[in-house]
Every structure is written in structure tokens, then in C-alpha cells.
Design a protein around this ligand. Structure first.
Ligand code: GUN
Ligand code: FE
Length: 395
């Protein structure tokens, strides 16, 4: 039978029929594909200790391509299943494993930005380290080889891990590589107090953490920075002026006790904003989880200050979809159902109980408050159905 879906009045992002609706695919603007293997564990330390104790030893294992293949297949399948039609991935320092992540995203049909991680100092041990020159050369090799594959939905992203693990020389070279090739850039900023202090010590000539990246030409309208919990108004203004976006990772910010981002203040500064899971600092690989936690975090700010204007469901929904597309400069192609854009969409089953009284409430319940991947019956990326997975037919 033919089912007719209609656009919800005055909206460009919900197509509905009786008991189902299509919503735009969700965008994960910050996820570490390489950390998926330990998601849900190891959240008992603050950021800098957590990196040295858990993260770097696991990431070092990705020189083994078989291990990489297993983890990367799982993370791409899981995020697709959860409704992430676009993901912006950090991989590891290993070029070949990162190329493999690009191939897996392409084969499974996910739209992806994929970054080979760069870090040339403050690494804990010999086992997970690269020199400035290696980092630069391998980044160039990564970009050239990935572009050479001509995957339609997968792009390289220049990825200095964050200022504490990069020398100024490396940051400058990565800024130049991104500029010369007109590429996306991703990194971390102002996540936790100890990290900010370290950046101050390492870059005493810079006015702020944001200024460190700005000085090295890393703030562009194709840059996305994760966290930013402790950015000042002056720094947010620099974000807006340079077109840099922020990835809000509320699960991670709470799980690692890093801070609570004031989303209202970010929106008031007109900074582009998306949601990120930040697996494995965040324990969930679901943007629905991030959406809920963004609402919870905002409510905590309202509890602390009743004058704080709480994020609405509608705003959170938008940040999870169109906001993420804008943050990754993909909103000319994705983010809602405007004519001419690609069809990146989730077909959602409304099995909501009798409670909600209008359609928006039903959508709120199903897609955010109590819904999960079981409500997502199909996922489309660029018009291709990618969930449920179809195994390739034998020749
Ligand atoms: N800052 C630098 N690296 C990382 C990482 O892997 N996770 C998080 N949450 N913050 C970081
Ligand atoms: Fe992160």
C-alpha cells in the first residue's frame, strides 16, 4: 500500500502520517570511533588522567588493522542504527587504520568526516607518539589517499587532538594544510579546568585558549571544536567572528565531571552549535541520549539560577539535526527536508502511549524523552536505505 506522508504545517523537518513520522537524520558532531571499544567503562577520573590511563593505551592498538576493522565496523553500524546519518570522527594517529574507517563508513553508507589524530607532544610513552614532521606528512598522505578514493559521502578533516598535545609548529602546519586544501578542522577546547591551565602554561603568549587556535589559523567556518564548557564571552565572540562551531557533548561533560556548557549563552552569541556523543568520554553512542542530556544540563543551570532560560525540546531537536549540519557546514545538503537537499532521514514509529495530546508532544516523547533505537525503523542517507542493514548478496 502507498502511505502518504505530509509536511507538518509551518515546518520543514517533520513528515508525518498516522502513526509514523520522518525526521531529519541526526548529526554527531564529535565522536572518537577508536574509543568505542571501551564505551561505558572507565569514567572514574578527570580528563587528563583519563586520557593517559585509558585512552592512549587503547588508541595505540589501532596500528593493528584487524583490531581497527572490528571496532570501526561496530561503531559505524551502531551509530547508524541509533539514527546518526552524519558523524564527525576522531580516529587515531594511524593513517592506514583511519583510511579504513573512511572505507567502512562509505561501505555502510554513513555520511562522515574522518580525521587522523595529530599529537606531537605530552604523549605518555613511546608507544603512542609521532614527531611533528611525521604528523604533518602522514596528515598529507591521509588526505591525498582518502580524496583519491572519491567516496561520495566521506571527507577528511584536519585533526590536531588539542593544544596540550600539539606544539605550536604542528598547529601552524595543520592550519596551513587545511587552508591550502579547503578542508574541515576539528579539535577540543576548554573542556576542563586543568586542561585550560596547562594551555596557559604551554602558550604563555596567547590571550586565551581560543586565541591559541586562532593564532595558528585553525578557526575557520569549517572548524568544529568540542566542549567549550568554560569559554568566556570574548572567546565565543571570536567563534562567531571566525564562523567556528561548537560541539556540545553533555554526556561526556557530566561523565568526566568537566563542566556544564551554558547552551543559552552560546546561542545568544550566535555561534553554530551541534551535539556530540564524545564516545568514550560520553558513554552513549546515541544522539538521542545527547539530546536528553542537553536538556538535563540546561535544567540544572535553571535549578542553580531560576533566571536561566531553559533550552526547549524544539531547540534541542534542532541542534541534534539542522544545528549539527550547520556546525559541519553541510547544511546546504542536509539537516531538514528543504527541496534540493539530500534525503538523510529516520522513519520513526510512534508507539507513544495516550499521554501526549499534540503531534509535537508525540514527537518529543518518541524521538527524545523515552524513545530509543527501537523506534527508528529505517535510516536513509542521501536517499539510500542504510538501516535495516542488508548484507551484500553472494555473487
Ligand atoms: N581532549 C583531548 N583528547 C580527548 C579525548 O579523547 N576525549 C575527550 N573527551 N577530550 C579530549
Ligand atoms: Fe572528544
Amino acid at each position: 500500500p502507498i502511505i502518504i506522508f505530509q509536511l507538518l504545517p509551518r515546518r520543514r523537518d517533520i513528515l508525518f502520517c498516522d502513526h509514523e513520522f520522518f525526521m531529519p537524520g541526526m548529526v554527531d558532531t564529535h565522536i572518537h570511533a577508536s574509543q568505542y571499544s571501551y564505551a561505558g567503562t572507565a569514567l572514574d577520573m578527570p580528563l587528563m588522567q583519563w586520557l593517559c590511563t585509558y585512552t592512549f593505551p587503547v588508541e595505540s592498538r589501532f596500528k593493528d588493522l584487524e583490531f581497527a576493522q572490528r571496532v570501526y565496523t561496530k561503531v559505524v553500524k551502531r551509530t547508524l542504527r541509533n539514527g546518526t546519518t552524519t558523524a564527525c570522527y576522531h580516529a587515531t594517529i594511524h593513517t592506514d587504520a583511519t583510511l579504513l574507517l573512511g572505507q567502512i563508513a562509505n561501505d555502510l553508507g554513513q555520511r562522515a568526516l574522518v580525521g587522523k589524530v595529530c599529537m606531537d607532544r605530552n604523549n605518555p610513552a613511546k608507544y603512542y607518539k609521532e614527531t611533528c614532521q611525521e604528523s604533518q606528512e602522514e596528515t598529507c598522505r591521509f588526505i591525498a589517499e582518502l580524496l583519491d578514493k572519491k567516496y561520495p559521502l566521506v571527507k577528511p578533516v584536519v585533526t590536531p587532538r588539542f593544544a596540550p598535545t600539539c606544539t605550536g609548529a604542528l598547529l601552524g602546519q595543520l592550519g596551513a594544510i587545511a587552508k591550502n586544501n579547503n578542508l574541515h578542522i576539528q579539535s577540543h577546547i576548554s573542556e576542563n579546568a586543568e586542561e585550560i591551565k596547562l594551555v596557559k602554561d604551554l602558550f604563555p603568549e596567547s590571550k586565551s585558549y581560543t586565541d591559541v587556535y586562532h593564532k595558528h589559523n585553525l578557526l575557520t567556518d569549517k572548524t568544529v571544536m568540542a566542549h567549550g564548557c568554560h569559554l568566556t564571552d570574548e572567546e565565543l565572540t571570536l567563534f562567531r567572528e571566525t564562523g567556528t562551531s561548537l560541539s556540545h557533548c553533555p554526556n561526556s561533560n557530566i561523565s568526566l565531571c568537566s563542566g556544564v556548557l551554558n547552551v543559552r549563552n552560546v546561542l545568544n552569541h550566535k555561534v553554530k552549535l551541534g551535539l556530540g556523543t564524545d564516545v568514550a568520554g560520553g558513554y552513549s553512542a546515541s544522539i538521542l541520549d545527547a539530546l536528553r542530556r542537553a536538556l538535563d544540563s540546561s535544567k540544572i543551570l535553571t535549578i542553580q539560577d531560576p533566571g536561566h532560560e531553559t533550552l526547549t525540546f524544539e531547540e534541542a531537536f534542532r541542534i541534534a539535526t539542522l544545528g549539527g549540519s550547520q556546525a559541519l557546514s553541510l547544511d546546504d545538503q542536509t539537516g531538514n527536508f528543504e527541496v534540493g537537499k539530500d534525503f538523510d532521514a529516520l522513519r520513526v514509529n510512534v508507539t507513544a502511549p495516550g499521554g501526549p495530546i499534540d503531534l509535537i508532544q508525540i514527537i518529543s516523547v518518541t524521538s527524545s524523552s523515552t524513545g530509543d533505537d527501537r523506534n527508528i525503523v529505517e535510516v536513509f542517507v542521501a536517499g539510500r536505505k542504510v538501516v535495516p542493514f542488508t548484507e551484500p548478496k553472494p555473487e
